[in-house]
Design a protein around this ligand. Structure first.
Ligand code: C2E
Ligand code: CA
Ligand code: CA
Ligand code: CA
Length: 277
């Protein structure tokens, strides 16, 4: 029974309801698939720009769909955060990463750093710090081989909780990186209060690099990193000229399709086999 005009409520309500149903359905599927151990952890190499050796990897979640593809993390991570599922999933990512550190250390590739992404709800878990320390101990990992990647928005959300947790983990030896650096808001004030090791230059600024041109933001971030005594890593490096430009600026490491896409652990060991000298 429709009228001559749409009143806002009538017009939007069904759409909102539809989106909510879709979200709830996705969350239910995610919860089930996580419980059924269907989530996978893939790894993308990080390269030292001077030695051109692999120095670490970033752990990235993969959620297989029914058609043999994957539901993108940019779609399901926000749902995992919204539903709180990210606390358990994120802990699984930490444990799985520690397990891989142990197997790399024992399997002829010792000392590689493994970086994991951490979301805000994980910091609100009062056992967060303890659970990370336990995972490191359980898998006999030197804490410095685990790196936590935090975005600026996580820091801004609840600075004191984040600073306290990171300070404790840093004292334990864990490494800390700021992810997507330069895309958040007013991060500057927190830079000195966070126990940081690394700045990850967001891929949008690396993408701005074009042959024969200067890329002001990438340049500024690298020099800021150097002045703060931090290591810098360029994300989303797809072409040799971008790697070369970042290296000239003094950026130490790079990650991106130029070197390798994220891959399952078996492929990673094969990659390391052929790329370590
Ligand atoms: P991110 O942390 O910024 O991760 C880097 C993303 O850039 C990854 O996307 C990676 O596949 C992609 N990438 C790497 N190199 C290149 C390149 O050269 N070109 C381009 N175009 N892209 C590149 P992915 O795996 O789809 O992950 C997307 C985001 O999902 C991540 O962004 C991260 O924010 C989130 N995410 C993934 N895994 C986890 C997780 O375990 N926990 C949490 N909290 N978030 C995660
Ligand atoms: Ca990241
Ligand atoms: Ca990033
Ligand atoms: Ca990103």
């Amino acid at each position: 029974a429709k009228k001559h005009h749409h009143d806002n409520f009538e017009y939007y309500a069904p759409e909102i309801e539809e989106r909510t149903t879709w979200q709830l359905n996705m969350i239910r599927r995610l919860r089930n698939d996580f419980a059924d151990r269907k989530l996978q952890l893939w790894f993308q190499p990080q390269i030292d720009l001077t030695s051109e050796q692999v120095v670490g990897v970033e752990s990235l979640l993969r959620w297989p769909d029914e058609e043999g593809g994957f539901i993108p993390p940019t779609v399901f991570i926000p749902l995992a955060e919204y539903s709180g599922l990210i606390v358990d999933i994120g802990q699984w990512v930490v444990e799985e990463s520690c397990r891989r550190i142990q197997s790399l250390n024992q399997g002829g590739y010792p000392g590689l750093r493994v970086a994991v992404n951490i979301s805000m709800p994980q910091f609100r878990d009062r056992y967060f710090v303890q659970k990370i320390k336990q995972a490191l101990t359980r898998f006999e990992c030197p804490p410095a081989q685990l790196e936590l990647e935090i975005t600026e928005s996580v820091v801004m959300d609840e600075p004191q909780i984040v600073i306290d947790a990171l300070t404790s983990l840093k004292q334990f030896g864990v490494a800390i990186a700021i992810d997507d650096f330069g895309t958040g808001f007013s991060s500057m004030s927190y830079l000195q209060r966070l126990p940081l090791d690394r700045l990850k230059v967001d891929r949008s600024f690396v993408n701005d690099i074009q042959p024969g041109k200067s890329a002001v933001i990438a340049e500024t971030i690298v020099s800021l990193g150097i002045k703060l005594g931090l290591c810098t890593i360029a994300e989303g490096v797809e072409r040799p000229d971008q790697a070369e430009y970042m290296k000239q600026l003094g950026c130490m490491e790079a990650q991106g399709y130029l070197y390798a896409k994220p891959m399952p652990f078996d492929e990673l060991t094969a990659y390391l086999e052929s790329h370590t000298g």
